[in-house]
Design a protein around this ligand. Structure first.
Ligand SMILES: C[S@@+](CC[C@H](N)C(=O)[O-])C[C@H]1O[C@@H](n2cnc3c(N)ncnc32)[C@H](O)[C@@H]1O
Length: 249
């Protein structure tokens, strides 16, 4: 008797796919319920700084975050890939911006910042470069903040945004890898607040070898290792209210 293998294989495949879509939908909804917390965190950090100079890399719609930031001086950078009208102060890529900033080619009042929010291209090599550039121009008592550091599923952490995915339009990319790498390379205190897709914070003014993540924890940057060790790899902290956050810095 012939076993209709293909029929059952397809049925099993479809069932697994449906399950993946369901898992992603539940994960996305859970994260969305806790989204838009980034500006609370950024504002709390700015209150801890003296001059309150703010730089945002990747801004898209000003209303979503940039306009909610309370700073004495603030500028933003975006090449305008995702907006009908690009309202960025500097309409260019982060690489172009940092290159011109380092070479004094920009018409800008300040060339150092107290909080820098990196939310441009969500690929590890780009974010890693953005972090390196940001660390050169962040104040000694300042903070570098990263969005999308805690992707809930592998689908949210896919490399290619355009790839058809059970996570649909939700995309955290591979930002977590850049964050993990920084944690293994510097003694700076880093943590990820478990809200809004994972808001990573690099504290520039507190250095201690105890903060460094051993590279052996996830040497091949595998998602399943991250998933099983989120608390340790990300130094994931629970959402806390603004005053608690400030007390913890
Ligand atoms: C997720 S959106 C930013 C959202 C915004 N920061 C917020 O909190 O609402 C990402 C933005 O990064 C921009 N972008 C893409 N590649 C970039 C690059 N190489 N340099 C700077 N920005 C980039 C896109 O145009 C897009 O507007």
């Amino acid at each position: 008797m012939k076993i209709p293998f293909t029929k059952y294989a397809i049925k099993g495949y479809n069932a697994r796919l449906e399950q993946q879509f369901d898992e992603c939908r539940v994960a996305s909804e859970a994260m969305q319920r806790r989204s838009h917390a980034r500006f609370h965190i950024i504002n709390a950090l700015l209150q801890n700084t003296q001059q309150k100079r703010y730089l945002e890399i990747g801004v898209r719609n000003l209303e979503d975050n940039f306009n909610r930031i309370n700073a004495d001086f603030k500028v933003c950078v975006d090449p305008g890939y995702e907006a009908a009208i690009n309202h960025a102060t500097f309409p260019m890529t982060s690489d172009e911006f940092f290159d011109q900033l380092h070479n004094d080619q920009l018409d800008i009042e300040h060339n150092r910042f107290d909080v820098i929010f990196l939310d441009g291209l969500h690929l590890a090599d780009q974010l890693y470069r953005d972090i390196q550039n940001a660390l050169q121009v962040v104040a000694d008592t300042g903070f570098v903040v990263l969005h999308d550091c805690n992707p809930p599923t592998l689908h949210h952490a896919r490399e290619n945004f355009r790839e058809q995915s059970p996570a649909a339009g939700f995309w955290n990319g591979t930002c977590w890898k850049a964050y993990q790498r920084i944690r293994t390379e510097t003694d700076k205190r880093c943590f990820v607040v478990d809200v809004d897709w994972g808001v990573g914070v690099i504290v520039n003014h507190d250095e201690d070898p105890a903060y460094r993540l051993p590279a052996t924890v996830n040497p091949f940057y595998e998602f399943h290792v991250l998933d099983a060790n989120r608390r340790e790899i990300l130094n994931l902290v629970e959402p806390m209210d603004v005053s608690e956050l400030r007390e913890n810095l």
